[in-house]
Ligand binder design. Structure first.
Ligand SMILES: [Zn+2]
Length: 252
């Protein structure tokens, strides 16, 4: 698999263009003066998944696994539930503020502790539809994958799969409708897959997208281990026992 430089370059251009639209020297959440993009007070108020408590795999946590469409991935890691403030940050990130990857990715690396586990050989961003790309002018999961790949020195495959046609968002569809829609929506590009890959997503809602993509990957390469890295998970029933407060600024 090769890194496609042009889409990544395009994404980074979007990232740099967006910088000037973010408040400089202010916390993105409370708008108070702060050297960090999110101030210590706000970060300590945030709740993140305690991934270690779930054995570094949220599929081990029944309240989370039960809400997801079964797929062919072996591990799921995410920052937190799609709740305040992550819902606000991820929505802004997806709709016009790509620079927010600079908050989400460091948080992901800090709180999920993915580096304590065997790392994937390649990152596979969930493909975006041409319709959505035309709206946003950037590919948000590719941006996440690129930032994660750069931080962890992992290859990013920008064109591992493509989303066919001009389907509208999955957001308004129910679980069954999503699955029907998705079966025809994606096409895997034929390429050898490494031993371990990570699908990169922004928000896992019903899990239908990652279930569909992981099944396609598994069919193409049954020996490949598939993990999913997401920024947020929409809870069916949020379980507070898997959450912990932000701690970066509490460290000695
Ligand atoms: Zn703040």
């Amino acid at each position: 698999m090769s890194i496609l430089k042009s889409p990544i370059k395009k994404c980074l251009e979007s990232l740099s263009l967006a910088t000037k639209y973010l408040p400089q020297g202010l916390c993105y959440l409370c708008q108070q003066p702060s050297a960090a993009s999110v101030c210590p007070t706000c970060e300590q108020d945030c709740l993140f998944f305690n991934c270690a408590k779930a054995g570094h795999n949220l599929l081990n946590w029944p309240a989370i696994k039960q809400g997801l469409t079964p797929g062919k991935y072996q591990q799921l890691v995410a920052l937190s539930y799609f709740q305040w403030p992550l819902d606000h940050l991820v929505r802004r990130f997806k709709y016009g503020h790509p620079k927010l990857a600079s908050i989400l990715v460091p948080w992901f690396l800090r709180y999920t502790q993915v580096t304590s586990q065997p790392l994937p050989d390649c990152l596979l961003p969930v493909p975006v539809s041409p319709w959505r790309y035309g709206q946003r002018q950037y590919h948000q999961t590719l941006l996440l994958a690129h930032a994660l790949g750069k931080a962890l020195n992992i290859e990013v495959s920008a064109n591992w799969a493509r989303r066919r046609g001009w389907q509208a968002s999955q957001q308004s569809l129910g679980r069954q409708a999503r699955l029907r829609n998705l079966k025809q929506a994606y096409q895997l590009n034929q390429a050898p897959l490494p031993r371990r890959v990570a699908i990169i997503d922004d928000v896992v809602t019903t899990g239908a997208t990652i279930a569909t993509l992981s099944k396609m990957l598994h069919k193409a390469s049954p020996e490949t281990e598939i993990v999913v890295w997401a920024m947020a998970i929409t809870p069916v029933k949020p379980d507070p026992h898997i959450l912990q407060a932000g701690y970066q600024f509490n460290l000695p």
